[in-house]
Design a binder for this molecule. Sequence first.
Ligand code: ZN
Length: 446
Amino acid sequence: MKSVFAFMLGLFIAVSIQAQTVKPPKESAFDRFLRYVKIDTQSAEDQTTVPSTKKQLVLANLLAKELTELGAEEVNVSEFGIVYAKISGNLADNLRVPVVGFIAHMDTSPAVSGENVNAIIHKNYQGGDIVLPKDPTQVITAANTPVLKELIGDDIITADGTTLLGSDDKAGIAEVMTMVDTLIQNPQIKHGHLAIAFTPDEEVGGGIEKFDVKHFGAVFAYTVDGKSLGMINEETWSARAAVVTFKGMSTHPGMAKGIMVNAAFALGDYLGRFPQDMLPETTEGRVGFVHPYAGVADIEQSSIKVLLRDFDLSGLDAKEKMLRDMMAQTQSKFPKVKISIAVEENYKNMKEVLKNYPELTENAFEATRRAGLKPRLEPIRGGTDGARLTFRGLPTPNLFTGGNNFHGKLEFNSRRGLEKTTETLINLVQLFAEKANPNLKRHHKN
Ligand SMILES: [Zn+2]
């Protein structure tokens, strides 16, 4: 018993000493975050250029400058405003460890203004609702926000009620930058070569098309663009889009008898066939949907655009078949209307590829546990830049950032959210090094 106690005490002291020997970063994730959210980087829909807004380049150039000052290598901003950088490994044989990439996006959602963000720090949160000071109708309620219970005693960061906060994804940027800062300050923390990228236009879906996977140079990557502490995403929707077209015959309504074929009625019949329990407004979690979201009702030609979403390809196939069967039923009721459907593939569930790389999720889970957090998987009811990269040969799950309530005025993050995510990233790069070099000592706080 005694020897076990002595051993435990020794271990405790060793771990404590190790913890003390980690030099703090030059700037905390919290302070970095507060600086970055002040820079307006809102992206815009329907632009032909990348980045969609020039103002994103202000942050891109600042990050490139800061990365260079921290000691990152090969720092550059591409013609599309993507910031790339490399961090050299500090192992005897770096080539044994896969190059791991970290990606966060610079833009904020076009849905809500990101101009003049005035971050409010709610120190030592003690529970209850959080009223945003500049617009008291904007309230983060404890009832609608279960995660608040985990934030008692934390310093919560919100906007003032007039803008979004921009935690999505400046939290990810601040966390990756602080990881880089900490690693460069602490050569005793062992890791292989790392690749860093900050991308524009994630919210409008254009930036990642310009991402140069080869230039980036990573074997695996993580987007740091997720939600509450511990939440890891390795699944996204598989997504298709359909357009159903109804062709009729138009003529002067005064002489239309027996001639006119009004395609709008066939469209109406078709819409009436959508099952009410298979819509975005009636589904959640792992349940997919069909979503007729925009269309034209006209005599000569009517049409409806439909989104199809499911986590399983078989489920997606079934939904497509359903749309076709509904079309056949409408067709037999309206034989004079010519009905056709065109379906295109949008993106696929990244799990289809990531299932072949289980170590990516395993390492993320272990890194999260080492930060004292509880890891958990959540499927994303949407697409991510990582999903697109995964299908371009760079397997890329998504990690949490500590943030919540994205794309709205009620967005928030916290001091602990930023710190613990940073700690998880540092644990993660060590894990990849440890697995390739089993004799490497752990160097982490417990
Ligand atoms: Zn995001």
